[in-house]
Design a protein around this ligand. Sequence first.
Ligand code: IPE
Ligand code: IPE
Ligand code: MG
Length: 255
Amino acid sequence: MTHRLRKFLGTRSGQSLSRTGHTIPRHVAIIMDGNGRWARRRGLPRSAGHYAGMQALRRTIRAAADLGIGFLTLYAFSTENWHRPKEEVDFLLRLPSEFLKTDLPELKMRNVRICFLGSLDELPAHTREAAGAALAETAGNTGMVLSFAVNYGSRSEIVRAVREVVRESLAGRLVLEAISEKTISTYLFTAGIPDPDLLIRPGGEQRLSNFLLWQSAYAEFWFPRVCWPDFGREHLLEAIEVYNKRDRRYGGIKL
Ligand code: IPE
Ligand code: IPE
Ligand code: MG
């Protein structure tokens, strides 16, 4: 970690990172991966890795809010994760309500707004209820937007958007020529959330696994080897350092 970043964290009060020379990405998205490997290396069941991942989640949310990140999006359960053994699926889908039970008061105090990306309808009632309560209780908050992707798959998200666009078009509310990239974006789960600037996947795998395919067109990627349960403030700071070294050209050239 650089001296400047350390200094910022030491003095946090009102000081913005950009004044120290670092650009804070507006939207950071994280694929929370490596829980199973973390547990296996310790001779523990996979559930212990998922549980430890919840502590990493808490650390990372706090660090992101302290840094002034505007949008933090976390991939918690993919549409493909239903293929895991039932006990693991049940355990994973218990975590959102467990996490919110303990952490919602702090998140509210921090003025965080909670969102969910994905089809909540297919989730167990306890998960849906916890999600609904968190959504409602933080709807008026104006601080960091914290989105949990649960039962989320980017391809099905795009299919869903296409269906909505066709429905609107057939009903005569949308003319063909008016359909733009923006139109598609407004029908995605992420409507109203800017595209991610930085996408982090701990655990060392270098793939998206059906996460934010449309939205990540110009995201910067970082794939640290650290498994998610060991992830924390230091890694988020390292990610920001890495991000600050990237040259985002969007297809153009610097003159
Ligand atoms: C991420 O960790 C948690 C979810 C996918 C829900 P994994 O369970 O995928 O851990 P690894 O990749 O097997 O180590
Ligand atoms: C992606 O991780 C999904 C989440 C972290 C929620 P996976 O572990 O399910 O992805 P693959 O199987 O390695 O592609
Ligand atoms: Mg994995």
